[in-house]
Design a protein around this ligand. Structure first.
Ligand SMILES: [Zn+2]
Length: 145
């Protein structure tokens, strides 16, 4: 599932307020173009209509590849540095995503209970490439099809 949310945000440079759409989760099976945008550094990019300022907005988001059966959760390092409550609400003490007990996934989607966690977007992009390389090499051994 791809989750997009719209917010009114002030430009960090000139203060101009405008509506912007941000992704909280991307499913690249359904929306492959969003993977391209992530790799180009254009996902969750704020572009000011007034002064032209561009800045990536540092948000928690989930990358999900339903074809290759993996997901990666980006946790902005600022949450760690600030010892934010959002961080402790999102993750267990074991460093796993805190998924409510009432959410039940089918067995083929159990990998979603434990997304790989990264603390930078560069690391997310590299991890995606890592999993894609493995997928290509093990193409004959995929047991979930
Ligand atoms: Zn501006």
């Amino acid at each position: 599932m791809t989750i997009r949310e719209e917010q009114i945000m002030g430009c960090p440079s000139c203060g101009h307020k405008q509506k912007v759409g941000f992704y909280q989760a991307i499913n690249v099976k359904l929306n492959p173009e969003l993977k391209e945008r992530l790799f180009r550094g254009e996902l969750n990019l704020y572009k000011c209509e007034k002064c032209g300022n561009r800045a990536v907005v540092d948000l928690v988001f989930l990358y999900h590849d339903a074809d290759k059966h993996f997901c990666v959760q980006y946790c902005p390092f600022d949450l760690v540095a600030q010892r934010s409550d959002k961080l402790s609400n999102m993750y267990t003490v074991e460093g796993k995503l805190n998924i409510p007990a009432n959410i039940r996934l089918p067995e083929t989607a159990h990998y979603m209970y434990e997304p790989h966690i990264v603390l930078s977007l560069d690391e997310m992009i590299r991890y995606v490439q890592f999993r894609e390389a493995l997928y290509e090499k093990h193409a004959d051994k995929k047991k979930w099809h």
